[in-house]
Design a protein around this ligand. Structure first.
Ligand code: BTN
Length: 258
């Protein structure tokens, strides 16, 4: 059970900015974007029990059923890292946080899906918000499937899902997972060097040195060997003619091994 009182405790333990819990919202990223426009403090946090119009990457939807999952957004206004590293920061911090709860293999499907034994347990939507050419901040929206009911409405997904409780016999609570993820995010944001973060992103990367298909749009996909994440956070793929191409996160909708 998560409520405002529990979040207030987290707020003082972790030195967060503004903290808000709601039982139902359209999308925590949507509210976070509004907060940014209204000048909210660094490290503000929005947590929802249920999302009715949660947003996924590439315009996809993300369902959050009440009582079953984590759906939250962290707002960062004091950027400590180059923008392109925030996808990696989130992915590495979450991967390491989830490893506290399960022994099963955790990987990052570029840019920032988290897989446990090859199935998606968590999706991340990072967004930068600008006022003209002034960067207001970055929001990191995180959805983690914790209990089985989090998969309730999830048919026709582009990738097979799982939930964290399936990978441990220890009973989980959503607040324990939330706290661990936030602790890791804050620690990495404050101390991690760009190079270390890139190394960790690559170490956890799914499908490295494997043939993949990368969907660029509904009509266009490319196949090649996944080489890794470039120093700018891009996906590096070697094409059949041996040339190497690099893509930003907004240029690839989905990747799969083949
Ligand atoms: C994806 O895998 O496509 C990204 C999913 C991101 C979902 C989270 S849930 C909390 C936050 N609020 C949203 O509307 N989306 C993100």
């Amino acid at each position: 059970m998560i409520n405002q009182q529990i979040l207030d405790q987290l707020h003082s333990d972790l030195n967060l900015g503004r903290v808000f819990y709601t039982s139902q919202i359209s999308s925590t990223n949507q509210l976070a974007a509004e907060w940014l426009q209204a000048d909210c403090p660094n490290l503000s946090l929005i947590v929802a029990d249920e999302q009715t119009q949660g947003k996924g990457r590439s315009g996809r939807k993300w369902y959050t059923n009440p009582g079953s999952a984590l759906a939250f957004t962290l707002v960062i206004t004091n950027l400590e890292l180059p923008i392109f590293l925030y996808n990696g920061l989130a992915a590495v911090a979450i991967a390491q946080a989830l490893s506290h709860f399960t022994q099963d293999t955790i990987q990052i499907k570029w840019p920032n899906d988290i897989l446990i034994v090859g199935r998606k347990v968590c999706g991340v939507l990072t967004e930068s918000h600008w006022s003209g050419d002034h960067l207001l901040g970055i929001i990191i929206g995180i959805g983690i499937n914790i209990f089985e009911e989090s998969l309730k409405f999830e048919d026709n997904l582009p990738f097979p899902p799982t939930f964290l409780q399936q990978h441990t016999s220890r009973p989980l609570t959503r607040i324990a997972v939330l706290k661990q993820v936030l602790e890791n995010l804050l620690a990495f944001h404050n101390s991690e060097l760009t190079e270390n973060l890139l190394n960790k992103w690559n170490q956890h990367l799914a499908y490295q040195n494997m043939q993949i298909r990368a969907l660029r749009s509904e009509e266009e996909s490319i196949t090649g060997l996944l080489i890794g994440v470039s120093p700018k956070g891009q996906l590096k793929i070697q094409l059949p003619d041996s040339s190497i191409v690099e893509y930003n996160a907004n240029e690839i909708q989905q990747i799969r091994s083949i």
